[in-house]
Ligand binder design. Structure first.
Ligand SMILES: *Cc1c(COP(=O)(O)O)cnc(C)c1O
Length: 270
């Protein structure tokens, strides 16, 4: 469905008991996790309910509905989505699968680094984009297991460097929803499960500016003929702007997704 989130969603739904599968799953998301849960649910024959803000982009709502999910809309300014989720979960016996802070989601996301290193052999460094830290935690577990000397770096938008602050201070730092074009990384904090894994397995947390993301989107479009969404460019942008010394090293870069509507894409790369 155009982003790595399918890995975690599919793994988490696969791990449910037969009873839990029969009842169905619920999640909140306006982005790639919603589409991932909807598609994984359809493939595994599990009903999915996605709680989405009324003002979510129409294309994303349509894509999620197209994969067969039931959409429950809420007004993000007046209604509490957690309360809606809790009510649906208790009334219908649904299992909540969050976008990053869940062991089976983290494990599924980690298959990205696993497959990469199985293909390339040991790496000196691996760069991974970060929102809530599911992809980074899973990738760091996978990379350090298969390539123990590999230094793993998380990359965040400059405007939302809560992960870097958390990593350096040793406690989860929560910030206001950051203003950045990297919409998949507009998370206010790392998770209670992702943070300790990141602290244990990651070498450092780096940041890049929105301008550096746009330069990287242009590179992928012009030189490689691929559409990468802004969040998907985080790790590559850190490599291109030499946030760490990569000269002569074997460096893995995870490109996480390509879901962006074409008019927004055209504005960015024009
Ligand atoms: C969700 C998302 C991220 C961030 O993943 P986390 O596991 O929340 O850190 C990065 N890129 C894309 C395209 C995403 O959809």
């Amino acid at each position: 469905m155009g982003a790595f989130k399918f890995r975690g969603a599919y793994n988490a739904i696969s791990a449910l008991s037969p009873d839990a599968r029969r009842a169905g799953v619920v999640t909140f998301s306006s982005g790639n996790h919603a589409q991932a849960i909807a598609l994984a649910g359809r493939m595994l024959g599990v009903a999915t309910t996605i709680i989405m803000p009324l003002d979510a982009p129409a294309a994303k709502i349509a894509a999620t509905r197209g994969y067969g999910a039931t959409i429950v809309s809420f007004d993000r300014y007046t209604q509490d989505r957690d309360a809606i989720g809790a009510r649906l979960a208790s009334e219908q016996g649904l299992t909540l699968i969050p976008p990053y802070d869940h062991p089976d989601v983290i494990a599924g996301q980690g298959t990205a680094a696993k497959e990469l290193i199985e293909e390339t052999g040991p790496l000196d460094a691996l760069l991974v984009c970060v929102g809530g830290g599911g992809l980074l935690a899973g990738s760091a577990l996978g990379a350090r297991a298969l390539s123990p000397a590999c230094l793993v770096y998380g990359v965040e938008p400059e405007a939302g460097n809560d992960g870097q602050q958390s990593f350096r201070s040793g406690a989860i730092v929560r910030i206001a929803v950051p203003k950045t074009i990297a919409d998949g990384a507009q998370t206010p904090s790392l998770g209670a499960l992702t943070f300790p894994i990141i602290q244990d397995k990651v070498a450092d947390m780096l940041t890049v500016s929105d301008g550096e993301l746009i330069e990287t989107m242009r590179f992928f479009a012009e030189r490689m003929k691929i559409v990468v969404e802004p969040t998907g460019c985080l790790a590559a942008a850190a490599a291109f702007s030499a946030k760490i010394d990569i000269k002569g090293k074997r460096v893995g870069v995870i490109i996480s997704g390509g879901n962006i509507d074409l008019s927004a894409f055209a504005r960015f790369v024009a």
